[in-house]
Ligand binder design. Structure first.
Ligand code: ADP
Length: 457
C-alpha cells in the first residue's frame, strides 16, 4: 500500500516533467525549421546587407516569432524585427548568436513566470562560407500557462497523495499498536493464570501468525496445567488410601479391648501400609527424576547382564507365584542409558509379568538385535489386558483391576515410569495383549544400539 502511494507520487512528478520536455522538443523542431528557412532564403541573395535582409523577410509569410535578428559573419545586426532601423549595425552578443557564428545550430528554452522563452540560432552559409546567422526568439505564454496549470495540478495531486499516505501510515500504525496491545493484555491475563483465554487477531499479517502461536502456547500451558492438577489429585488420592487404613487400624487398637495377637496383626498391617506408602513415594520421586534431563550421565550398558540380574532378584517371587521364567538372550547388545534406569525398566516389566500371571504360568524374556535396535520382548501367559484398557496402560496411577493390583502392592506407577524412561532414552515401547483363549501379554521394548566402538573417536 505504502509502495503504491510512493509510485503514484513519483509518476505524477514524472508526468509533469515529461510533458514539458515533449513540448520543448516540438518547439525546437518548428523553430529550427523556420530559422533554416530564413537562413537559406538569405543565402540565396547575392549581397548580404540590411536592405537585402529586410527584403527577404518582407517577401516571406508571417513567421509568427517574437523577435527575428539577422547578423553578418561578425555579429553586426543587419535586421532586427523589434528594433528601429537605427539599431542596425550594432553587434549582437547573445550566446546563441555567438555559437551560431561558430557554425552551430543552437536551441535553448526556459520557463519562467508562466512564459516559455525559446531561442534558436542557425548559421547562414553562402557558397560554403559562413556569412552570418539567423536568430529567433519566441515567447509562448499560452503553453507556459498550460504547463503552469499542469504543474499546479500535479502539485495538488502529489500533496493530496502525500496527505493520504500520512493518514494511511497513521491509521496502520494505530491499528498495529492496538493489535499489539491486545496481545500484551492477553499475555497479562495468561500470566495471572487464566489459561483458557484466547487472543483473537483477525487479519492476515505477521501479528495474526503471532496470535495463533500465542494461542497454541496457551493451549499447551492449559494442557500441562490440567495434567499437573490431575497428577496432584491422583497422587493425593492414592496416598490417602493407605493413610486412612493406618488411621483406622490405629484407632481400632486404641478403642477396642484386643488380645495381643490381634494387636500384633493390626500393627503388622500398619507396617504393610507404611511400606506401601514408602514404595509409592519412592516411585513418585523416581518419576520426578525421570522428568529431569540427565542424559549426560548416561553410559554404554550391555543389556544381557542387567536382565540376568533382574531375573535373579525376582526368581524367589516367581517361585512363590508358581511362574517359570525362560530366557533367550544375545550378549552383544549395548545401549546408551543410565544402568539404574535400564534395571528399573526391566524390573518393572518382569515383575508385572510375574504379578499378573496365573499359577503355573510362564514368562519368556527374549533379547535380540534388529538392525540398529536392541529388542527386548517380555511375554507372559497371564490373564491379559482388555482392549479398552491397553491405551491407558502407561498413564500414571492407571490399574486395570484395582483390587488385584492394590492387593499385590501395585500403585499404577510402574509402567508410567517405564514409559517415561524409555522415551527419555530415545526408545520405544509397545504392548500387545489378548484376554481370550491364548491369553497373555507381550511388552516389546526397542532401544537404539550403541556399540562400544561408536564411542571411540
Ligand atoms: P502396578 O503398580 O499397579 O502394577 P503398573 O503401572 O506397573 O502399575 O501397571 C498398570 C496396570 O497395568 C496394572 O495395574 C495391571 O492392571 C496392568 N498390567 C501391567 N502389566 C500387566 C501384565 N503383564 N499383564 C496384565 N496386566 C498388566
Amino acid at each position: 500500500m505504502l509502495i503504491t502511494f510512493l509510485v503514484l507520487v513519483f509518476l505524477n512528478i514524472y508526468c509533469s516533467f515529461s510533458s514539458q520536455k515533449l513540448f520543448d522538443k516540438s518547439k525546437e523542431t518548428s523553430m529550427k525549421e523556420k530559422a533554416q528557412l530564413v537562413a537559406s532564403a538569405v543565402a540565396e541573395e547575392d549581397i548580404l546587407n540590411s536592405d537585402t535582409a529586410a527584403g527577404v523577410i518582407r517577401g516571406m509569410d508571417n513567421l509568427k516569432v517574437t523577435r527575428l535578428i539577422i547578423t553578418d559573419y561578425a555579429g553586426q545586426i543587419l535586421y532586427d524585427s523589434l528594433a528601429d532601423p537605427a539599431a542596425t549595425g550594432v553587434y549582437c552578443l547573445f550566446p546563441e548568436v555567438i555559437q551560431a557564428l561558430e557554425g552551430n545550430n543552437v536551441f535553448t528554452s526556459r520557463y519562467y513566470d508562466g512564459v516559455i522563452e525559446s531561442q534558436t540560432a542557425t548559421p547562414i552559409l553562402r557558397y560554403n562560407t559562413l556569412s552570418g546567422c539567423v536568430y529567433m526568439m519566441e515567447y509562448d505564454s499560452a503553453q507556459g500557462q498550460l504547463i503552469e496549470s499542469m504543474q499546479r495540478n500535479n502539485l495538488i495531486v502529489s500533496a493530496l497523495l502525500i496527505v493520504l499516505l500520512c493518514l494511511f501510515s497513521l491509521f496502520s500504525s494505530l491499528t498495529f499498536s492496538r493489535r499489539l496491545r491486545k496481545i500484551m493484555v492477553s499475555m497479562r491475563i495468561i500470566r495471572e493464570g487464566d489459561y483458557t483465554h484466547k487472543v483473537e487477531m483477525g487479519g492476515q499479517d505477521e501479528l495474526t501468525v503471532l496470535g495463533k502461536e500465542f494461542n497454541d502456547l496457551t493451549s499447551r500451558l492449559q494442557e500441562s496445567e490440567e495434567r499437573r492438577r490431575q497428577f496432584v489429585s491422583d497422587a493425593s488420592h492414592e496416598l490417602k488410601t493407605p493413610l486412612a487404613s493406618i488411621k483406622l487400624l490405629a484407632d481400632s487398637i486404641l478403642q477396642n479391648d484386643m488380645d495381643i495377637d490381634t494387636i500384633r496383626e493390626f500393627v503388622s498391617d500398619i507396617g504393610d501400609e507404611a511400606d506401601r506408602l514408602n514404595r509409592m513415594s519412592c516411585k513418585l520421586l523416581s518419576l520426578t527424576k525421570v522428568n529431569a534431563d540427565c542424559r549426560s550421565d548416561c553410559e554404554i550398558v550391555y543389556v544381557a547382564p542387567t536382565i540376568r540380574r533382574v531375573v535373579r532378584m525376582l526368581s524367589a517371587i516367581a517361585e512363590n507365584s508358581d511362574v517359570t521364567i525362560y530366557t533367550d538372550i544375545v550378549n552383544d547388545c549395548s545401549i546408551l542409558i543410565l544402568e539404574d534406569d535400564l534395571y528399573q525398566i526391566i524390573f518393572n516389566l518382569v515383575e508385572n509379568g510375574i504379578k499378573y500371571n496365573l499359577p503355573g504360568g510362564k514368562l519368556f524374556l527374549r533379547l535380540s538385535r534388529d538392525g540398529d535396535n536392541a529388542v527386548l520382548e517380555v511375554r507372559d501367559t497371564g490373564a491379559g489386558i482388555p482392549e479398552n484398557a491397553i491405551r491407558h496402560i502407561f498413564e500414571r496411577f492407571y490399574r486395570v483391576d484395582k483390587a488385584r493390583s492394590r492387593q499385590s502392592g501395585g500403585s499404577g506407577l510402574g509402567l508410567a515410569i517405564v514409559h517415561d524412561m524409555v522415551m527419555r532414552n530415545r526408545g520405544h515401547i509397545r504392548v500387545e495383549s489378548s484376554v481370550g483363549e491364548n491369553h497373555g501379554t507381550v511388552f516389546t521394548l526397542e532401544m537404539p544400539i550403541f556399540d562400544v566402538e561408536d564411542d571411540e573417536p
